[in-house]
Design a protein around this ligand. Structure first.
Ligand code: FE2
Length: 236
């Protein structure tokens, strides 16, 4: 089947924490947005060069070190514009050079490609997901069969519960998920598969979700994460 979309998404796994860096490539203009540049910027630049892309934008899903430690190196080689949510910039408190600050629902134009910014708090106050057609880059909000931890500074498990519920209800089932880390038995998934097999999607009660996220999960489950059936009993 030929790919008629105006864009493609390239993934690079980098660094000691299995981070994914993504390049959104707008075919016609040759422009690219790099999402969460970190760890191995030479590999990112080499991929861009091989594919004839010019990096014009940097998108951040959030401000944690393992997602942002390549920003300066990208800016040394390009004139890319830096994008993040205003809520994350305020949480981070860094003095960023010329950032473009967004709110949930904003759209970023990359040639013929439109990238929609979703505000998905929980892992951090200003965590973002980036939606391009039916593809969604989720950072540390949604992993394949997992979700980001909520016990670090700025984390909020009650917000994460609402965020994941909203995503399950509002995103098309066929939405393809590109997470911020390779923590699972496979690197990518669909929203439908996550609603079925992601234990964090199985809670109706916020209190039980919070207990599972904050106290139960990390001592009872190891990466690489696999599916947990919706009918399986979950801890109280
Ligand atoms: Fe993170």
């Amino acid at each position: 089947m030929s790919d008629t979309r105006p864009f493609s998404i390239h993934a690079l796994e980098v660094g000691p924490m299995e981070n994914f860096v993504y390049l959104i490539h707008d075919h016609k203009s040759g422009r690219a947005a790099v999402v969460d540049p970190a760890w191995d910027v030479p590999a990112v630049l080499a991929l861009a060069r091989r594919q004839g892309m010019q990096i014009t934008d940097i998108l951040l899903t959030h401000s944690h070190h393992d997602h942002i430690n390549g920003i300066d190196a990208v800016l040394q080689h390009t004139d890319a514009r830096l994008h993040l949510l205003k809520a994350e910039a305020q949480f981070w408190g860094q003095n960023l050079a010329r950032p473009t600050l967004h709110h949930g629902g904003d759209e970023i134009r990359l040639g013929d490609t439109t990238i929609r910014v979703l505000h998905t708090p929980g892992h951090t106050p200003g965590s973002a997901c980036y939606q391009v057609n039916n593809e969604l880059i989720t950072g540390d909000t949604l992993f394949v069969f997992g979700c980001g931890r909520c016990d670090l500074a700025g984390g909020d498990p009650e917000q994460m519960f609402v965020t994941l519920k909203d995503m399950a209800e509002q995103l098309p089932a066929e939405t393809r998920i590109f997470p911020g880390h390779n923590y699972a038995s496979k690197p990518t998934t669909t929203m439908e598969e996550q609603i079925e097999g992601n234990p964090f999607m199985h809670f109706d009660s916020v209190d039980r979700f919070v207990r599972y996220r904050m106290h139960y999960h990390d001592s009872h489950r190891d990466a690489p994460y696999g599916p947990i059936c919706k009918g399986d009993e979950m801890p109280d």
